[in-house]
Write a protein that binds this ligand. Structure first.
Ligand code: AMP
Ligand code: ZN
Length: 492
């Protein structure tokens, strides 16, 4: 069975297969590193991770490239505000992005590439477009793509662009449909902006040319799959298609996958709306990394997901059930043999799991048979109808499940510990202390961090705050004992 994945370009569920019969060449738009990523961003990266892991589980080879947009309008704006070079500005967010990926169990693509390291290739692509008349230079030294050069413009987003003004231009990276116009390939620098000296003049690349260039550099002129969040469909991906196909006269990507948005209270979670949470925010509220991962992947990628804290609680409970069952199997003692009903149930769960994911990555339908199996397994064990052969068969199902979902293996304490360390180092503990105490489970790591925070408050002579932390801990049954040269704590 092959995966049938919805293809935005054809509007159909097309089989996803490598054109060369060997390895699937996929490109996914990565983060713009102007800030910490929020869980909306990570919903997209996690769903792409589900795709990646499922293809690998299905035995497919893949070459997955992800870019890091480390130069764009927002980065330039923020680095100027901060008064530091863009490389210095983005470094911390690149590091944070990798940490968050690891925290959420997102596998590293085969290749991660950075825009600022591919400027010469971008310049070449602009030159190629200019040579064919599809790119033109304006008086200020910027270069634009001439939309008229690409009559198929709009074929991905299916927007009706007939009212488009010929020759009108737009120079910002992100814009709405109404301004579908000739877009900037290369921007002449404004005073104070980062720029490169190149054969097409001094300036910096537009966002769209970055992705076209890096995708073709590493995966060739025709990709099997291109993926990103739904907001990228227009103008970003539409522009990538226009630039690439005009330059090569080949189909840029045969298959396009777009992950629908994570919403909060019915609105898109975004930095500009100010209604966002980062994975770190949630870890510091006491939620486990595995629960964040499961909540963000349990709703299939083509459905909008309205984020709630209840969804994290549900995910936490679901993971507890899986882990408890898994350890019951691993540590339990069973008589040798098999229960044919159990064997049948394991086989069916495995088939239904794979079938659901093959059906446009339906993660919700893939979870259901696994939980049915947990229920059946627990019942059989309780009734003494469970044998070693059943254990082995079910552990195999759980292993395949975890190859994609990756929530049974428990790395939660380690991830939370790192988040607490980060909060302490960056002076954020003050903000999160109260919430941490209020969290459902006050872990040892959280207590340690709070004790350190209390000592810091005392040292700063903020005794009110120090007392508040101690009292809050006490209410949760944790007693702090001060001695002359140490502070210890214990649970009552
Ligand atoms: P950015 O860092 O803004 O370039 O975004 C990184 C990825 O996150 C892109 O694929 C976006 O489409 C995606 N994205 C942004 N906001 C959301 C959201 N609320 N829900 C899901 N994906 C999003
Ligand atoms: Zn991109």
């Amino acid at each position: 069975m092959t995966l049938r994945l919805f293809n935005t370009l054809t509007g159909q569920f097309d089989p996803l297969e490598p054109a060369d019969g060997i390895a699937l060449r996929m490109y996914a738009c990565g983060p713009t590193v102007y800030d910490y990523g929020h869980i909306g961003n990570f919903r997209t990266f996690l769903q792409i991770d589900v795709l990646r892991r499922f293809l690998l589980l299905s035995g497919m080879q893949i070459r997955h490239v992800m870019n890091i947009t480390d130069v764009d309008d927002k980065i330039i704006r923020n680095s100027i505000e901060a008064g530091i070079p863009i490389g210095e500005y983005t470094a911390g967010y690149v590091k944070a992005f990798f940490e968050d990926m690891e925290a959420l169990g997102i596998e590293r693509p085969e290749q991660i590439v950075r825009a600022t390291e591919h400027i010469p290739q971008m310049v070449k692509l602009v030159e190629k477009l200019a040579a064919s008349g599809a790119a033109y230079r304006t008086d200020d030294g910027s270069w634009y793509f001439r939309l008229k050069a690409f009559p198929e413009y709009g074929k991905l987003s299916k927007k009706d662009l007939s009212g488009m003004e010929d020759g009108a231009r737009v120079d910002v990276d992100e814009y709405e449909k109404d301004s579908a116009r000739d877009f900037a390939l290369w921007k002449a620098p404004k005073p104070g902006e980062t720029s490169w000296d190149t054969a097409i003049g001094r300036g910096r690349p537009g966002w769209h040319i970055e992705c076209s260039t890096m995708a073709m550099e590493y995966l060739g002129e025709s990709l099997d799959l291109h993926a990103g969040g739904e907001d990228l469909m227009f103008p970003h991906h539409e522009n990538e298609i226009a630039q690439s196909e005009t330059a090569t006269q080949k189909t840029f990507a045969r298959h396009w996958m777009h992950v629908r948005f994570l919403l909060v209270d019915g609105r898109k979670m975004s930095k500009s709306e100010g209604n966002f949470y980062t994975p770190r925010d949630l870890l510091l509220k006491g939620y486990k990394a595995s629960a964040i991962r499961l909540a963000l992947i349990a709703v299939p990628y083509r459905r909008q997901f309205n984020f709630t804290f209840d969804s994290l609680t549900d995910a936490t409970n679901a993971i507890d059930r899986l882990r408890t069952f898994h350890s019951r199997l691993s540590s339990g003692r069973f008589a040798t043999g098999e229960n044919s009903a159990m064997q049948e149930a394991a086989k069916k769960a495995q088939e239904d799991f794979m079938a659901a994911l093959n059906d446009d990555l339906n993660t919700a339908d893939a979870l259901a048979p696994v939980f049915d199996l947990v229920r059946a397994g627990n019942t059989a064990i309780d009734q003494g109808q469970f044998f070693t052969g059943d254990r082995d068969a079910i552990l195999q199902v759980l292993e395949d499940f975890d190859a994609v979902f990756d929530v049974i293996k428990d790395r939660d304490a380690e991830v939370t510990k790192r988040a607490l360390k980060w909060a302490t180092e960056t002076g954020r503990m003050a903000e999160v202390a109260v919430e941490l105490v209020a969290a459902q489970t006050l872990t040892d790591e959280a207590i340690e961090a709070l004790v350190v925070e209390r000592s810091a408050a005392k040292k700063a002579r903020d005794f009110a705050r120090a007392d508040r932390i101690r009292n809050e801990l006490q209410e949760k049954g944790v007693v702090i004992e001060d001695s002359k040269d140490s502070v210890r704590w214990k649970r009552k």
